[in-house]
Design a protein around this ligand. Sequence first.
Ligand code: SF4
Ligand code: SF4
Length: 328
Amino acid sequence: MPRENPYRPFNPNSAQMDLMPEISGNEINGLGETEVRNPAVVYWAKNPEEIPHGKMQSWFYTVDPGLPEFAAERNKRQAILDQDLPKVVGQTAYYPEAQWQKKLEKFVQDNDCEKIGVTELDPSWLFEGERTEFRHVIIAAVHHDYERISKAPNPIAGAEVMVQYTRAASVAKKIAAWLHQEGWEAEPVTGPMASRLAMIPAAIQAGFGELGKHGSLINPEFGSSFRLSAVLTNAPLPLDEPQTHGVDDFCSSCKICEDACPPFAITADKQLVRGIEKWYVDFDRCLPFFNEHQGCAICIAECPWSRPGVGLNLAKKLARKSLKTNDQ
Ligand code: SF4
Ligand code: SF4
């Protein structure tokens, strides 16, 4: 028996719903489309006036979270984003792969982020109309504090997301600044505003985990409880490989996020999205609750992989099970 959901039934704020555009966000996302195409920006546009859901995006900021931490964190992040990067130096550095790897891992050791990886850039990840000459994407992940994110949809969880977006922006700027000093051009790409590329497929290729039923990545170390940022570059960095830990199968028989999502935005089966069958969250159902609760995050907090110490054990258990099945 699923737990009773304390946030159901959810009756969205009517002033917000008046701002809902005619076009469905699922249509913008390409739900049901059979052809592969680049993603379109559906939300968190740098200029909300350029997207159909822009009025709803602006409404998000009218909801008072009642915590001064929100404004302070936004200002802190903006100050980081406004900082100029150092100029690219004339001397271009070349190192053996192991040395590049060591230099990348230094960002984890210094607590700038909790995970770092690199993949080749697939142009199909770029948002419609975006172009780049860069061939590599560095992905960095920053881990939420579980105590705070587990309070979702209380604003404390939203504030924690903001704190981690600030760290994500900071590490992307630091990595880009370091590459400039090594003589390589580099461009930081940071959320939450959508810019340049969809980060989840890049992170999957860079070994950060698998897509969960709740539409977020799942990684054994951090569950779904992390944020991403990226840096584009041509520096000849060692590339990572995608990693699987049995998450996809696990999600097929787990319903925790489906039951926990107040507006029933998480569905039992994968769906066809821009030519690819995958887990997909109903954008039109999620958005009103998300907007009224500082980003919600219930599905991330409730996912069993996100609980401290659970993900790694779960991955080991699933690996043993898969070995047994293969031996039979
Ligand atoms: S709660 Fe369960 S179904 Fe949902 S993403 Fe996590 S593991 Fe998958
Ligand atoms: S973030 Fe969206 S999908 Fe996740 S629980 Fe909240 S409303 Fe549901």
